[in-house]
Design a protein around this ligand. Structure first.
Ligand SMILES: Cc1cc2nc3c(=O)[nH]c(=O)nc-3n(C[C@H](O)[C@H](O)[C@H](O)COP(=O)(O)OP(=O)(O)OC[C@H]3O[C@@H](n4cnc5c(N)ncnc54)[C@H](O)[C@@H]3O)c2cc1C
Length: 377
């Protein structure tokens, strides 16, 4: 059994703690805040690729569906254009989407969007092995920019809709990779899902504790503790250290970048999204499953606003930097996140700031990658 410290009790920390405790390690979670959940405490947050969470639940006990109501968001989105046109995009239904687009924009519009989804399918086949199950950041695939794909569409409103897959993340379609077509592909192929996130937090933390993980709240960590190049644990802001054989760092990794002891091959890049691409974020703590998001495209081609009409009122959130981690605005950012395995033996990175990136599915995947590396006790 190894002593493992997990820094942060957001989704990455909870998934790592659960999987590693299930592998019979002695796990301590150190969280700077008073409660678990991190960014999951805000919402609504629909997600794709539920298989990643399903896999964690299946491996560690009762299946996901027995613990949590995971339901499709249907329609997956309601697109609202500046000229008043609206499209309800059905969930996980390429034929339904084709029909809805033909109805809204005239015959042939659906086929244009099919071409986008087919592009996403090809991109996903190339990216999947890099994104899921790979521990290292990878070079950006070739294939031009999202704008290149958008300009191949005859229907201007479809161009706007496609480019929003960059602008909603604070990225510029003129520099964002064409491979972002993966996002509409994943939505249409595997669906958009929702669950009560507060319940997800409770289930993950509860199951990790049942497997023996210990949680310490209001325990901010300042960094890894090293003896020369050897990892010995972590240092606490309040003073003192917690000894560990392995550390899973799920807090933003930027603070580690300036560490001259050099756990990283290169400086971690924390570029801000490009100016003008990001709007104010209004979020509220939220416990209900996500309703259909309304995606409103402004006339000036600026970033779309995403709103949810919830039981608690209208909630809007648009591309905060924290959501999408480092350097969302640059073309290669999503392929240049720091790797999960660092140069310091026993020090691992998981979470939105590390490979493969932000969002519920990818963050849970980062925890799975780290767990595979650490292995069973
Ligand atoms: C408003 C909003 C909307 C979103 N919408 C979606 C969506 O629709 N779909 C989707 O898939 N994803 C969405 N996301 C993104 C998703 O929630 C995040 O990518 C994911 O929850 C990040 O999990 P994490 O564990 O990597 O990071 P976090 O949740 O940030 O967890 C990190 C934890 O570490 C703690 N911590 C930080 N520093 C320290 C330290 N020094 N010592 C100890 N603890 C520390 C923090 O307090 C926090 O609890 C959204 C996020 C937000 C905020």
């Amino acid at each position: 059994m190894a002593r493992v410290v997990v820094v942060g009790a957001g989704l990455a920390g909870l998934c790592s703690a659960l999987a590693l405790a299930d592998f019979a390690h002695d796990v301590t979670v150190l969280e700077s805040g008073p409660a678990p959940g991190g960014q999951l405490r805000y919402g609504p947050q629909p997600f794709t690729l539920p298989a990643v969470l399903r896999d964690l639940f299946r491996k560690t006990g009762r299946p996901l569906e027995r613990e949590l109501d995971v339901v499709p968001v249907d329609p997956a989105a309601r697109w609202v254009f500046a000229d008043g046109a609206e499209v309800a995009v059905p969930n996980a239904s390429p034929s339904g989407t084709r029909r809805a687009l033909d109805e809204a924009f005239g015959r042939g519009a659906g086929a244009q969007w099919d071409a986008v989804v087919a592009h996403g399918d090809r991109a996903w086949r190339a990216l999947r092995p890099l994104v899921l199950g790979h521990a290292g950041a990878k070079p950006a695939p070739s294939g031009g920019t999202l704008r290149d794909v958008a300009t191949s569409l005859r229907e201007p409103r479809l161009r706007t809709a496609l480019e929003s897959y960059a602008t909603r993340f604070g990225a510029d379609p003129a520099t964002a990779p064409a491979a972002l077509t993966v996002l509409p592909y994943l939505e249409q192929t595997f669906g958009v899902w929702t669950a009560e996130l507060a319940q997800l937090i409770d289930v993950l933390a509860g199951r990790a504790a049942e497997r023996g993980a210990t949680f310490r709240y209001e325990a901010p960590v300042t960094g890894p503790a090293l003896d020369g190049k050897r990892l010995t644990g972590v240092t606490l802001a309040a003073g003192g250290t917690v000894d560990a054989d392995a550390v899973v760092w799920t807090a933003p990794p930027g603070g580690l970048a300036d560490d001259r002891r050099g756990p990283f091959r290169r400086r971690l890049d924390h570029a801000e999204p490009e100016p003008g691409q990001v709007r104010t974020v209004v979020t509220e703590a939220h416990t209900q499953p996500a309703p259909t998001p309304q995606i409103r495209f402004p006339a000036d081609g600026g970033p779309a606003t995403i709103t949810y009409d919830t039981a608690d009122g209208r909630v809007q959130h648009v591309a905060p930097t924290a959501v999408h981690g480092a350097a969302a605005g640059r073309v290669t950012a999503i392929f240049q996140r720091p790797a999960n395995v660092t140069r310091v033996r026993g020090l691992y990175l998981a979470g939105a700031g590390a490979h493969p990136g932000p969002g519920i599915a990818l963050v849970a995947e980062s925890a799975a990658i780290v767990t595979d590396h650490i292995g069973r006790a």
